[in-house]
Design a protein around this ligand. Structure first.
Ligand code: SF4
Length: 443
């Protein structure tokens, strides 16, 4: 069987997207080609997600569609939903190859090179016994050479009562410091100006290493060597903001003032039932102190709406908290009962229309907060990392350190990855619009 053209469908989180870019890279290096738009692939990979029942449903839909389009061809299911729906995937023959989170990074080994393509297989290591984190090489999450993501941690030990992730990605594993340093140096030599340190539960980085280590000490060691112009962190849980970490963050000018801190609920009883080890007060104090320490920072929160037992007054507690504190955007998720988690069997579920209305109220608040935050920067001069030229327009698009997206007029010969200075003039639905000033500010 000659298998050449590959299509990859990715569901779920940024870490999944990052890992898919790794698949893309190893497969193209081995001689596969990527199926173009409208081109029928010989091989389809579905990088699945299990975080909600909707994500599982979409995974099955994509697999079925690929099987129908190419009944004799290989269809590969990889990732989190494999661990939740393995029985269904095999009994309904939804895929020819099924690879768990422990196997997927060796995808080429399991599939074989184009001329030596391997027969169907099922290989799913239970998440509890996953091997150490594998270093992942080059990933570009943006066009050109502007931003790269470095996955330094995988898995989670927290077992929040609603979350399937520890059951699919296994316990927390950390990429050791020297491997992080060498990957960072590789990105620098490839010309990336921004690197995002990312993980499933980033704040648990280092706990599993011998001797145990912490994110604060990792940053301390990294700053001794060369850093990219911008170093961004993915999300950190409320209790992981230690004094020591704050000190390190303040001491590194390259750190982007953009922090994402999951809240999930602003009601103490709901937080307790979720197994989240903090209360609303601690969250409020944390956000206030981050606002003081980093006055221009973007501060984001995840909110999980409609957890069983979230009465109207408990939801109001969440809404009021978020109205009052200076977070600048929200990621709002409706509760989705996942089999195998303690919350699956909780009674007192919230009905569908109430759930929808609560999500809408929070999303509306998020839009207003985003716009107010963006508007507070109009007229100022901002440092912008150029990402791409907006096709069919005279505009460029770039990002500020605090992750404001800005469209701006600039010369045609700008290049992605270049830093320029831009004055925002007004807000747009996606961020800001402005004009370039004072020429370039260098890499
Ligand atoms: S911290 Fe909680 S919500 Fe986040 S991945 Fe771990 S178990 Fe899931």
């Amino acid at each position: 069987m000659t298998v050449q053209k590959v299509a990859i469908h990715t569901l779920g989180c940024k870490v999944n997207q990052l890992e898919s870019s790794f698949f893309l890279e190893v497969l193209t290096e081995a001689g596969y080609t990527i199926a173009g738009r409208g081109e029928a692939p010989d091989l389809t990979i579905v990088h699945s997600c299990a975080v909600t029942s909707r994500a599982s449903f979409e995974t099955r839909q994509l697999l079925r569609r690929a099987r129908r389009a190419n009944p004799a061809g290989p269809v590969v299911a990889v990732g989190c939903d494999v661990h939740v729906e393995l029985h269904r995937m095999t009994s309904e023959a939804l895929a020819t190859h099924i690879l768990g989170n422990g196997e997927k990074l060796d995808i080429l080994q399991w599939l074989g090179e184009p001329g030596t393509f391997q027969m169907p297989c099922v290989a799913v290591t239970p998440p509890r016994s996953l091997r150490g984190l594998r270093e992942i090489r080059v990933h570009r999450m943006a066009l050109g050479r502007s931003r790269a993501v470095l996955k330094i941690q995988d898995g989670c030990d927290a077992f929040c009562t609603y979350c399937i992730v520890p059951h699919t990605r296994g316990c927390s594993r950390s990429l050791p410091g020297p491997a992080i340093r060498s990957q960072l140096d590789r990105y620098l030599s490839q010309g990336f100006h921004e690197v995002v340190l990312s993980g499933i539960h980033l704040g648990q980085w280092g706990r599993d290493l011998g001797p145990a280590n912490s994110l604060a000490s990792l940053l301390r060691r990294l700053k001794v060597g060369r850093l990219p112009g911008r170093l961004r962190l993915s999300s950190l849980e409320p209790l992981e903001w230690t004094e020591e970490l704050l000190r390190e963050l303040r001491a590194i000018p390259e750190i982007c003032p953009h922090f994402h801190i999951p809240l999930q609920s602003g009601d103490d009883d709901v937080l307790k039932a979720m197994g989240r080890p903090y209360g609303a007060r601690l969250y409020r104090d944390l956000i206030q102190s981050l606002r003081q320490a980093f006055p221009d920072s973007a501060l984001g929160a995840d909110v999980l709406v409609g957890f069983p037992g979230e009465s109207p007054s408990r939801f109001e507690n969440t809404l009021h908290l978020l109205q009052e504190i200076p977070v600048t955007y929200l990621h709002v998720f409706p509760f989705s009962p996942r089999p195998g988690t303690p919350a699956f069997s909780l009674k007192d579920r919230i009905d569908g229309s109430t759930l929808k209305a609560r999500c809408a109220a929070l999303r509306d608040l998020s839009v207003r907060k985003r716009q107010a935050f963006a508007a507070s920067f109009t007229g100022r001069i901002l440092e912008v990392l150029v990402e791409k030229h907006e096709a069919g327009t005279p505009l460029w698009r770039g990002t500020t350190p605090n992750y404001l997206k800005i469209d701006f007029h600039g010369p045609r010969d700008l290049t992605p990855g270049e830093k320029v200075r831009v004055r925002p003039l007004d807000i747009t639905p996606g961020g800001l619009r402005g004009e370039m000033v004072h020429g370039r500010s260098g890499g």
